[in-house]
Write a protein that binds this ligand. Structure first.
Ligand code: 0O2
Length: 209
């Protein structure tokens, strides 16, 4: 298998999606509006993870492109839970991609305690052989969900997927704390936005005078 050639369109998808989603954030900034997007990251799944996942999910290596949805992965991190649904709705409106599947692990968290909103898309990239539609997964989550998931992922890696029960229990309680943090922050969202508006006004005034 020529992995470099295999990865090329995925790398392009990740870069293009990052540019477009970061562009959306900037547009909010330019228009003096609160952005539902805090930051955007992306990665192409490494070869070893692809091989491991294909084995685990019994995906025939010949069908990886059609069946593995997250080789190209982009993550959109936001401040408030409501932002997640704003971003998902914006993705549905876009004409440069089509939605294949949406998985709401925000309202229905996974057994591990994982919370995030996944949007699987088909994205057309132009290659030297013509257009190719590539599957990509956009994960949308709050800062608190991201903090939890990143640490859980690291621990999963350290313990090869067999996290000891006492650490699992800690993770569960950390997940509940993250959930409560998101809930509490949602309640003061308007206050935060008002304060930022005031701050922006003061900054504008300082710039002009
Ligand atoms: P990596 O290293 O991030 O690439 P499914 O059969 O639908 O349940 P599938 O096909 O893996 O599972 O899709 P799903 O549920 O959308 O998960 C895809 C990715 O979501 C994972 O990729 C993780 O990035 C993230 N994810 C899902 N569940 C968890 C979890 O319990 N903890 C953490 N930290 N992340 C999770 P990979 O390939 O597992 O890993």
């Amino acid at each position: 298998m020529n992995w470099e050639a295999f990865f090329a369109p995925y790398a392009q998808v990740v870069e293009e999606l990052k540019v477009k989603l970061k562009g959306m954030r900037q547009q909010y900034d330019f228009e003096g509006e609160e952005s539902p997007i805090e930051f955007v990251t992306g990665r192409v799944k490494p070869k070893n993870s692809i091989i491991e996942k294909a084995k685990k999910k019994a995906i025939n290596p010949e069908n990886i492109e059609e069946e593995m949805q997250d080789i190209a992965g982009v993550r959109v991190v936001c401040q408030f839970v409501s932002d997640i649904y704003v971003i998902a709705a914006m993705l549905r409106q876009r004409s440069d991609l089509s939605i294949v599947e949406e998985k709401d692990y925000v309202t229905s968290q996974k057994d591990s305690g994982y919370r995030s909103y996944h949007v699987v898309i088909l994205y057309p990239v132009e290659t030297i052989h013509g257009q190719k539609k590539v599957l990509a997964e956009i994960q949308i989550r709050t800062l608190a969900m991201n903090f939890w998931a990143t640490n859980e992922h690291t621990l999963n890696y350290k313990y090869s997927g067999q996290i000891p029960p006492e650490i699992k229990a800690r993770l569960r309680s950390a997940g509940e704390a993250a959930f409560r943090l998101d809930e509490e922050m949602s309640k003061i969202k308007d206050e935060v936005y008002e304060a930022r508006k005031e701050f922006r006004k003061k900054e504008e005034y300082k710039k002009k005078n």
